[in-house]
Design a protein around this ligand. Structure first.
Ligand SMILES: O=C(O)C(=O)C[C@H](O)[C@H](O)COP(=O)(O)O
Length: 212
């Protein structure tokens, strides 16, 4: 799957909801309840970060939830991409982009949403064939001001900004023409996941769904 087609697929996923919840889940027994609450709240596209030992099992469980599109986040290497795909991830998200990772995702037909921030990083991603990118770390890298500035010379690229975004700051991002959705971990705080407080998470998902 070429990077061009990967970008088409990640763009279509990003269009499904205004927010992609970024999930750091330590316990795979929580996966089904968490995914069900998020999908019920209107957020079907889920990014499970490969930052916990349980992450691949979490992907495996979440992939069974009807209506969800489960991807892996923090995909840094070809091996991460392969393990994520084998666990049932239908897309991968990376904080950055390397040619090795782009090639690996192309080889295994896994759509990649790669990260880029500077003009050179975005131009490199474009050279490789990507037109849908994660803008990470969004707030630390200048937030909406940077996205607006980068959109002037590079309007053909769309972004999913992630990193430091909240329910309060999301609308300004979503109002930009080069932003399709945002990513964020605020919808699924550790304490609610640990306690299985799915109602609170569904309520937050619903608020996020209402952003567009
Ligand atoms: O794990 C990855 O692959 C990342 O790139 C980082 C995450 O996307 C951000 O950590 C989410 O940002 P917050 O909403 O500020 O928590």
């Amino acid at each position: 799957m070429t990077p061009e087609i990967q970008s088409q697929k990640s763009r279509a996923l990003c269009q499904l909801a205004p927010v992609i919840p970024v999930l750091v889940v330590k316990d795979a027994t929580k996966a089904e309840g968490l995914a069900t609450a998020l999908v019920a709240g209107g957020l079907p596209v889920l990014e499970v970060t490969l930052r916990t030992p349980a992450a691949l099992d979490v992907i495996r469980e979440m992939a069974k939830v009807t209506g969800g599109h489960v991807g892996a986040g923090t995909v840094l290497t070809p091996d991460d991409a392969k393990r994520a795909k084998d666990a049932g991830a239908s897309f991968a998200v990376s904080p950055g982009l390397t040619e090795t990772l782009a090639r690996a995702c192309a080889d295994i037909d896994l759509p990649l949403l790669p990260g880029a921030v500077t003009a050179s990083e975005v131009m490199r991603a474009m050279e490789l064939g990507y037109s849908m990118l994660k803008f990470f770390p969004a707030e630390a890298a200048g937030g909406t001001k940077s996205l607006k500035a980068i959109g002037a010379p590079l309007p053909q690229v769309s972004f999913c900004p992630t990193g430091g975004i909240t329910l309060a700051s999301a609308p300004e991002y979503l109002s930009l023409p080069n932003v399709i959705c945002v990513g964020g971990s605020w919808i699924s705080p550790d304490a609610d996941v640990a306690e299985g407080n799915w109602q609170a998470i569904e309520t937050r998902a619903r608020e996020a769904f209402g952003l567009r």
